[in-house]
Design a protein around this ligand. Structure first.
Ligand SMILES: Cc1ncc(C[n+]2csc(CCOP(=O)(O)OP(=O)(O)O)c2C)c(N)n1
Ligand SMILES: [Mg+2]
Length: 379
């Protein structure tokens, strides 16, 4: 999109929906246009680190899952630009309600790596006490609400939180993320309608990675773009190349400013591709042409594109890049060693957090479990 000014108050025509892009897939860019974005070099490097961190964590976690050391994992490979670019435009006191693939946003917002990995192991250090599937981190400190596995349920929550903020005159913005598949859910429509009517300060971000497990986006909707759905509800929409981190950041920055200034909800569609399997329980070669995936994985890779840009502008040398890789690898390795060695959550946590005082029935059941597990080291 050409900016908020061109969309405010009226639906743009379809030609406005050519995705905004600053870095072409081949790495070329218009230096003046990029400079006009005014992104400081320090932030550029932070974006790069955030993207690289996701890429390396995903590789490590996939290996751990294949070795049987963790039970499940869902990669965000190929979507690092959309995750980090959008997250970076939010303020510290804003909130994130994620969908499936935004854990990198939690890390970017300060979730400690060990805490993230403890959640994947579901051990005693896990903030959610092993009660969630792996890859469902949540953090009060990072203002990152635990992901809900039920597709799109986070969207009415995001809008509700935004309404609460509005009623309290709290200038926070809520970012509600979703995948393309989520836009067919009733919750999506409920959330958008309510947000539009009551002008909730929410930025709705769709990572359109073109697949919802085995359903391609063409089988998901007859809408020409996902962004059109927002227009139908009277919500202005932006569309970006989701593999261009600068485009994602710039659009999200505009969107957040729009929502914070009282403009109401705004929608951002980031066009990307799920180059990985849906999760470690999936085999995409059974339902899609993986030669298409190969193109996205190589020529359209968001990390390579951004790395090329950073090299051309002189912000990243081979030495700095490999030092960064090594530092991230070492950080992940020590987090895995520590969290793999950590104990499971104490047995009593099974009945905590439901009632202020656990009921007699729950206490009896706990005793029964404890008796059946005499060797359990934490009962
Ligand atoms: C309400 C609901 N229906 C179905 C599922 C099973 N399911 C899990 S992920 C998924 C696809 C989600 O696709 P999308 O929203 O595009 O996100 P992506 O996985 O591509 O990031 C489905 C159907 C679910 N978790 N919740
Ligand atoms: Mg999808």
């Amino acid at each position: 999109m050409r900016g908020i000014g061109s969309i405010e108050g009226c639906a743009p025509s379809i030609e406005h929906f050519v995705p905004q892009q600053y870095l072409a897939p081949d790495g070329s860019f218009d230096a003046a246009r990029v400079a006009a974005l005014g992104i400081p070099r320090e932030l550029l490097m932070k974006l790069y680190r955030g993207m690289l961190l996701i890429r390396i964590i995903d590789e490590r976690m996939l290996t751990l899952q294949r070795q049987g050391r963790i039970s499940f994992y869902g990669e965000a490979r190929g979507q690092e630009a959309a995750v980090v670019g959008t997250a970076a435009a939010l303020g510290k006191s804003d909130y994130v309600l994620p969908a499936l693939r935004e854990a990198g946003a939690a890390l970017y917002r300060g979730l400690p790596l060990r805490t993230y990995i403890s959640q994947i192991y579901g051990n005693e250090n896990d903030l959610t006490k092993g009660r969630q599937m792996p890859c469902h981190p949540g953090s009060r400190d990072a203002r990152y609400v635990t992901m809900s596995s039920c597709i799109a349920t986070q969207l009415p929550h995001a809008v509700g939180m935004a309404m609460a903020a509005k009623l309290r005159h709290d200038p926070v913005v809520i970012a509600g993320y979703m995948g393309d598949g989520a836009t067919s859910e009733g919750d999506f429509h409920v959330a958008l309608n309510f947000a539009a009517v009551y002008r909730a300060p929410v930025v709705l971000v769709c990572q359109n990675n073109q697949w919802a497990i085995s359903t391609p986006v063409a089988g998901q909707t007859a809408s020409p773009t996902i962004a059109h759905k927002a227009l139908g509800y009277g919500i202005p929409a932006l569309r970006v190349d989701g593999n261009d981190v600068l485009a994602c950041y710039a659009a999200m920055r505009d969107a957040v400013a729009f929502a914070r200034a009282g403009g109401g909800p705004i929608f951002l569609e980031a066009l990307t591709y799920r180059v990985s399997a849906h999760s470690t329980s999936d085999d995409p070669s059974r339902y899609r042409d993986e030669s298409v995936t190969a193109v996205w994985k190589s020529e359209r890779d968001p990390l390579c594109r951004f790395r090329h840009f950073l090299r051309v502008i002189g912000a990243l040398s081979d030495g700095v890049d490999s030092a960064l890789h090594e530092a991230i690898e070492a950080e992940i390795k020590s987090a895995v060693v520590a969290e793999e060695a950590a104990r499971p959550p104490a047995l009593a946590t099974l009945i905590e957090d439901v009632f202020a005082t656990p009921t007699e029935a729950l206490r009896e059941q706990l005793a029964e479990v404890a008796a059946a597990l005499p060797a359990h080291p934490h009962s």
